[in-house]
Ligand binder design. Structure first.
Ligand code: NAP
Length: 532
């Protein structure tokens, strides 16, 4: 069986010692590959900083954008084989696999387009020069430049392609070299993409390295110009934030962690409307796509009490259809595959048991063992589980559905009295989320909800009847929109178009004479202000 190694200091590392992990197909439990642990991570970090950094900084934004476009093209050329690998190694249906892989090339393309707008300047001009004192010609102007460090990207198991490439695209456009560490359990896909990236020397030496297997002592070697972008559990995020070297050097850390995203059905929503159908469609997608292993999946469905019975009935019908077609995702017609690992299945079952302390299951059996096209008990399967709590429990901020993210096809119906105050209290009890969605045609309610809810979210999707036909399901993270959220969600921010570059750049105020600033720095593109 093949053993995967790391790509460090411009070469695939020799395989040494016992494998650190064995990767399996989560539907059939067949072993697929071993992963070997890497060494010499101090040298790898230095190589990225000293070789990759200067090479990237010599390129303009436009030139770096051309690299991203070339990477997107290269990955797209391998799309079919990558989709097959994602199905085999990650428990993805073909649709799930497309979501991951096409999402990855989509981010590359979006940032390549942004690069064209940023053009050939060596820095981003953040604002126009501002006089420090009304009578003085001395001004201050903010510009952003690439940090002279390494971007360390630590990713979760659920999006081996999008997670790695989404972060890579932004860092490379900013001009910062990357050392990417995918989650071990699903790193087969990330490793294959790394092979594609490194074949043919598309990127400058040192611009990209891959650490397969455990993190080792990498974080002991971080420096003050480095950036750590982490996606994963809150517990690991806290360890990274509290790491001695990270603290000692005040390393910039971005955390994307757990999130109890909500769907809020407005008080005006009517059964039979297109908007109600959209809300049901979205909840089913967000519970079952990637078997619910999405940080943006809907975990709490906040429904006016008057709509509860209809919502329960419609969701139960639709989820039962998915449950009937849950099985080996390589088989045609299967709608939902397994969870990624045996540990994820054990954690999800335990999480459901904890939710049941304050909610009852209305659809789904967490102990089901027989799934399509597989011997009973094979694979890490969990059918969709819908729970329901009372209106009183829904308002209790200590209830488990406000605290436990069951990382699987699981959500809880939470009834409310139709007032924004109650809906907001329920949503806020999640203590900060990546995304939530409102379904309402009541503009006054929607405006008040934006003011009330947005501070608790990284993204708020508002859907109305008029736009229902073209609406995207809320778990789609577009590179133009912010990804991240306050509080429990990690308090991070990634993507969001040009906003995303800020993570990898240093914003500096340049203070000097007005004419000097105008000559050397100039104005923001599109503005005409001139120095006097
Ligand atoms: P995890 O166990 O925290 O692992 C995440 C990553 O951290 C993996 O690459 C892991 O490597 C690495 N890691 C483990 N211990 C570490 C340490 N001491 N120092 C540095 N890195 C370390 O999370 P997961 O199980 O992969 O992912 C599930 C969680 O991710 C869920 O809670 C989900 O909500 C969250 N998530 C959030 C987002 C978001 O954007 N907010 C997106 C996806 C997932 P190994 O695999 O080698 O252990």
């Amino acid at each position: 069986m093949r053993t995967l190694s790391s790509y460090l200091q411009g070469a695939w590392q020799p395989i040494a010692g016992e494998p650190a992990a064995t990767l399996v197909n989560p539907a059939t439990e067949q072993p697929l590959a071993h992963v070997s642990a890497a060494a010499h991570l101090r040298e790898a970090a230095a190589y990225g900083r000293d070789v990759g950094g200067p090479a990237l900084r010599r390129l303009s934004f436009r030139e770096r954008g051309a690299l991203l476009q070339a990477l997107a093209k290269r990955i797209f050329e391998h799309r079919e084989a990558l989709l097959d690998l994602a199905v085999e190694s990650g428990g993805n249906t073909r649709g799930d696999a497309k979501f991951d892989i096409d999402g990855a090339t989509g981010v590359l393309t979006a940032y390549a387009v942004l690069a064209e707008q940023l053009g050939d300047r060596p820095w981003i001009i953040e604002d126009d020069p501002e006089a420090l004192v009304r009578t003085s010609k001395i001004r201050a102007q903010h510009i952003s430049l690439p940090r002279h460090g390494l971007a360390i990207h630590i990713n979760a198991f659920n999006f081996p392609a999008w997670g790695m490439i989404g972060k890579l695209a932004v860092a490379l456009l900013a001009g910062v070299p990357v050392l990417s560490k995918p989650a071990t359990s699903t790193c087969l896909l990330a490793h294959r993409i790394a092979e594609i990236i490194t074949e043919g020397d598309l990127l400058p030496p040192g611009a990209f390295q891959l650490l397969a297997g455990p993190i080792g002592d990498l974080l002991d070697h971080v420096g003050p110009q480095d950036v750590i972008a982490f996606t994963g559990s809150a517990a690991t995020g806290a360890k990274i934030r509290g790491h001695a070297a990270v603290l000692a050097h005040n390393v910039r850390v971005n955390i994307e962690a757990d999130s109890l995203n909500a769907a809020l059905f407005g008080p005006d929503l009517e059964v039979g409307s297109q908007l109600f159908d959209l809300a049901i469609r979205d909840c089913v997608i967000e519970m079952t796509q990637k078997t619910g292993q999405k940080c943006t999946a809907t975990r709490r469905i906040i429904v006016p009490a008057a709509l509860l019975a209809d919502t329960r009935e419609r969701l139960s019908e639709r989820l039962a259809e998915v449950a009937a077609r849950t099985g080996d995702p390589s088989v045609k017609g299967v709608r939902m595959g397994p969870l990624s690992t045996a540990q994820q299945l054990a954690d999800a079952r335990e999480g459901v048991a904890r939710l049941r302390q304050r909610a009852t299951i209305v659809t789904g059996d967490p102990e089901r063992r027989a799934f399509a096209d597989l011997p009973e008990g094979t694979g890490y399967f969990l059918e969709p589980i819908l729970l329901e709590a009372s209106a009183e429990a829904a308002l209790d901020p200590s209830a488990p559905f406000h605290a436990i993210e069951v990382f699987g096809p699981v959500a809880t119906l939470l009834p409310y009295d139709g007032t924004l105050a109650a809906a907001a209290a329920i949503l806020r009890a999640g203590q900060g989320s990546l995304v939530s969605t409102l379904y309402s045609d009541d503009r006054a309610f929607t405006a008040a909800a934006i003011a009330e809810l947005a501070p608790h979210l990284g993204r708020l999707v508002i859907n109305d009847e008029k736009n229902a036909a073209g609406a995207f399901s809320p778990g789609c993270v577009f590179p133009q929109a912010n990804h991240g959220g306050p509080g429990r969600a990690g308090c991070g921010a990634e993507l969001g178009g040009a906003h995303g570059l800020g993570l990898y750049m240093q914003k500096t105020a340049i203070q000097g004479g007005a004419s000097q600033l105008a000559r050397i720095i100039g104005n923001r593109p599109g503005t005409t202000q001139s120095a006097s």
